[in-house]
Design a binder for this molecule. Sequence first.
Ligand SMILES: *[C@@H]1O[C@H](CO)[C@@H](O)[C@H](O)[C@H]1NC(C)=O
Ligand SMILES: *[C@@H]1O[C@H](CO)[C@@H](O)[C@H](O)[C@H]1NC(C)=O
Ligand SMILES: *[C@@H]1O[C@H](CO)[C@@H](O)[C@H](O)[C@H]1NC(C)=O
Ligand SMILES: *[C@@H]1O[C@H](CO)[C@@H](O)[C@H](O)[C@H]1NC(C)=O
Length: 405
Amino acid sequence: MTSTLYFFLLFFPLLSLQSQAANTTASTKYTLPVIKDTAKHQYFTTFEIGTPPLRVFLIVDLANQWSWMSCSLYGYNSSTSHQSSCHTTLCATYGGPHRPWCIDTDMCGVYAYTPWTWTEYAVGVYEDTLLLSSIDHPQSPSKLAKVPLPHFPIACADTQPLKGISRYTKGYNGAVYFGGGPYYFPPSNLDMSKFLVYTPLITNPNSTAPSSVFERGDPSYEYFFKVRSIKINKFPVHFNTSLLSIDKNGNGGTKISTLSPYTTLQSDIFRATVEDFVEQAAKMGITRVASVPPFGACFSTRGIASTETGLSMPIIDLIMEGKSDLLHGKSARWRIYGANSMVRIGRNVTCLAVVDGGVAPRTAVVVGGYQLENNVVEFDLEGYKIGVSSSLLRWNTTCSQFKGY
Ligand SMILES: *[C@@H]1O[C@H](CO)[C@@H](O)[C@H](O)[C@H]1NC(C)=O
Ligand SMILES: *[C@@H]1O[C@H](CO)[C@@H](O)[C@H](O)[C@H]1NC(C)=O
Ligand SMILES: *[C@@H]1O[C@H](CO)[C@@H](O)[C@H](O)[C@H]1NC(C)=O
Ligand SMILES: *[C@@H]1O[C@H](CO)[C@@H](O)[C@H](O)[C@H]1NC(C)=O
């Protein structure tokens, strides 16, 4: 199995970057490197901010409404930074409909939180210039130019919330792209945006953030989509599918989280999925071995073929809302091959990279980081949809564009 990690999370414009990127330079495409801390299973990125440019490292977290960092830790003292005033419509936008508020009489205040502690921190918003890499020549992504992105809102927290966050490690595993396709990856130089299967994004009307951060009636900022069923080698997994709907309190449904290392399934779904996977694996002549927590099923790697989509294991399909032209009008699906379904544990053992989320989790299906790797996932907030690589093709690239970054 290949040890190189390809992790392409594509944002079409996303989070705070989205409005800035869209307003200032409509045609510029930006990219950020993604680095995986394999010990803590966290993904982070790095860029320079302010004057003189200060290199900072941030966790990639789709759930936070805010980009925030510990300004004191970095000694952030930039001559181009501006405090955002709370008496502006911009601040009202930042604060969300319910929470435009003031810190120290005039500073725009927002909440940031760490999912590990679920504690919120009131922080002030600054605007400053980011230095980002832009793809000038989409057909040759190795040519990156550094370009300024002005008026980027970033919140300053102290070091307290940083507990549990991984330290910077070396190596680049993938990239985040802003501004939309085309996406060319060497060596095929096919435009990957033509091979994406789309499904609508869904708004969860009830926030999934810590209760101290939102007010009743606030929607969730996380990325939900509708999974209708799960299939393994084309056979549907049987469980109570009402769990796949978001109920009136915002429980249930499916979201993407870069902070969950592996896909997390509600207990009943987990049990049924593991059972069916084991059954299909047995039919393929694959030998089950003792499970290694937190995984529910492990197998001997002996005799399993290695393919360009990873180990040849039963194929998992998340059948999603919507039809796909790419699949000849069939239901959109997120196809998970061995490369994304199996995690190697020791030399001869591979485990189904899915964990039990408990009997009554807030969200029934949380698609985690491991299932996003080796993949192209596009968040299109204008079209209010997400695109997932149809896995009809694979590519080989070394993320060489970030060498020496
Ligand atoms: C911030 O930078 C300015 C120069 O740009 C300097 O005069 C000032 O002392 C610095 N403040 C701190 C706290 O380092
Ligand atoms: C969930 O959202 C609906 C619609 O906004 C609201 O009426 C309801 O009170 C919310 N429930 C909770 C538990 O927040
Ligand atoms: C499925 O779950 C829902 C909500 O948990 C429940 O109301 C319903 O009775 C269940 N259906 C079956 C067939 O068990
Ligand atoms: C792994 O498999 C090889 C050959 O199949 C065997 O020699 C080795 O002892 C096995 N290692 C473990 C840790 O089971």
